[in-house]
Design a protein around this ligand. Structure first.
Ligand SMILES: Cc1cc2nc3c(=O)[nH]c(=O)nc-3n(C[C@H](O)[C@H](O)[C@H](O)COP(=O)(O)OP(=O)(O)OC[C@H]3O[C@@H](n4cnc5c(N)ncnc54)[C@H](O)[C@@H]3O)c2cc1C
Length: 428
């Protein structure tokens, strides 16, 4: 056990007469920070552990996650559910603290999880508050000190440990965990300041962009469709890169598009723009069916309902208002009966249904993003311990790293897993 009990330590706060040393200072009390404090305290019950968070109320992101229900993890999590980073590193970390470990941990602290659609796990209470309260109670039980309203403005190596300056105090810690998150939804407290702290301690930064963020479209096509949701397959075509296909629910909104499939596609759009690559996005409105399958479908419908009009037949395949808008945009008469559909018109329609363009203008930015892509490169972190390769005594976990998960509980799993791995490093 490397921690030395310092009998004079009471608060861990430096005064003029008595600078005191805490064992572990965790910068950021989000999912990763709280979990790492708990796991470390469980391994080293004598250790003095302090969580410092700039927000006045802790856990804002946990509370809003998963529509207020907190999608804690997913039934199946693997390296392929993440972008950025290094797949073997991610796999190794996930292997050290798996989904089963997450379920068991939450059960231990009184949170039972249930599986929902797409393997997502939520608390049985359907309340994110249950998750946050359980984490805070466990942290307290383990003797972790949580200090809100303490924005960390600098972390500097000092006498084999660190001097930490917050908005109103100076602390000294033997080890520091940077768990300050990224830049997504800065009103929750994650304003990107963690990157600056990491940079000043010698770390590089893979340029950041919003991810899991709704997209704004050019034109007016989307406006009257606001509120309609349906399944699609989005294809993101980036110049010089293999196209990415993502299947899921799309939601039309007053500004453009949202919904899980759009959120997942957004990071690819942003990364392409960051790299100055041309990027286009289309959607197949009948996912799983290619051009010829859709054409076959229309021919079958024409044979089955020769006297029905397009406007009466298409709602069998897609929402009526979307069908109407597409016909209008293509200048195809919606009263046209199926038996009189000329080949060129049918083909124009099939092309539209299989590859409708989504003219993305921009995303809604960090203010509406669920995560940040980019961050501190994994090549600068030791996968066994989450320790920095640049600064001895420093550990980095959670979203501050260059890893972003797709929608479905993967980002929290990354937070729990990295937190657990760091606790081993912090106590070895
Ligand atoms: C609306 C929304 C919904 C989401 N839903 C889900 C979901 O259901 N499932 C899922 O897996 N993921 C979800 N996510 C993503 C998930 O919340 C994050 O990936 C995860 O919270 C990251 O955890 P973290 O601890 O690394 O960072 P954060 O949760 O961002 O925590 C960082 C903490 O550090 C503090 N901080 C930052 N800078 C400083 C500083 N200089 N000094 C002191 N404190 C500082 C912040 O106040 C914050 O409390 C959602 C995100 C959003 C925005």
């Amino acid at each position: 056990m490397p921690f030395i009990a310092v009998s004079s330590i009471i608060s861990g706060v430096a005064t003029d007469s008595q600078p005191v040393m805490i064992d572990v200072a965790v910068v950021g009390g989000g999912a990763a920070g709280l979990a790492s404090a708990i796991f470390t305290a469980r391994r080293a019950p004598q250790a003095k552990i302090v969580v410092l968070d700039g927000a006045t109320k802790i856990g804002a992101k946990i509370l809003i996650a998963g529509g207020g229900r907190c999608n804690v993890t997913n039934q199946e999590v693997g390296a392929m559910d993440y972008c950025g980073g290094i797949p073997t590193f991610i796999k190794r970390v996930l292997g050290k603290f798996s989904v089963e470990n997450t379920i068991a941990f939450f059960r231990e602290i009184g949170v039972d999880l249930k599986v929902e659609e797409h393997g997502k796990l939520f608390p049985t209470t359907n309340r994110a508050r249950t998750v946050l309260d359980a984490l805070l109670m466990e942290a307290r039980r383990c003797g972790v000190s949580i200090r809100c309203g303490q924005r960390v403005t600098s972390v500097q190596p000092c006498d084999g440990g660190f001097q930490i300056q917050t908005s109103d105090e100076t602390l000294y810690a033997r080890k520091v965990v940077l768990a300050a998150g990224g830049r997504a939804m800065p009103k929750t407290g994650s304003d990107g300041s963690g990157y600056e702290l990491a940079a000043r301690l010698g770390h590089a930064l893979v340029p950041v962009t919003p991810a899991l963020v709704p997209l704004c479209l050019n034109g007016e096509f989307h406006t009257p469709l606001s509120g309609i949701a349906h399944d699609v397959e989005i294809m993101v075509q980036v110049d010089g890169v293999k196209p990415v296909r993502i299947h899921g629910a799309l939601l039309w909104t007053h500004f453009g598009v949202s919904g899980p499939v759009v959120l997942d596609a957004s990071r690819h759009w942003h990364r392409a723009r960051l790299d100055n690559r041309a990027v286009g996005m289309t959607m197949n409105i009948l996912p799983g069916k290619d051009f010829s399958a859709i054409e076959r479908l229309l021919l079958d419908l024409a044979a089955e309902k020769p006297k029905s009009s397009l406007k009466n037949v298409l709602p069998r395949l897609l929402p009526a208002r979307v069908a109407e808008a597409i016909l209008h945009e293509l200048l195809i008469e919606s009263d046209l009966v199926m038996s009189h559909l000329p080949k060129d018109v049918r083909r124009k329609l099939v092309h539209a249904l299989s590859a409708w363009p989504l003219p993305v203008r921009d995303s809604r930015g960090y203010a509406h993003a669920e995560v940040t892509a980019g961050g501190v490169p994994l090549s600068e972190i030791q996968p066994k311990t989450m320790a920095s390769r640049k600064c001895p005594g420093l550990f980095l976990i959670g979203e501050i790293l260059d890893v972003d998960g797709r929608i479905g509980g993967f980002n929290f799993q990354w937070a729990w897993s990295t937190a657990y791995v760091a606790s081993a490093g912090l106590t070895s």
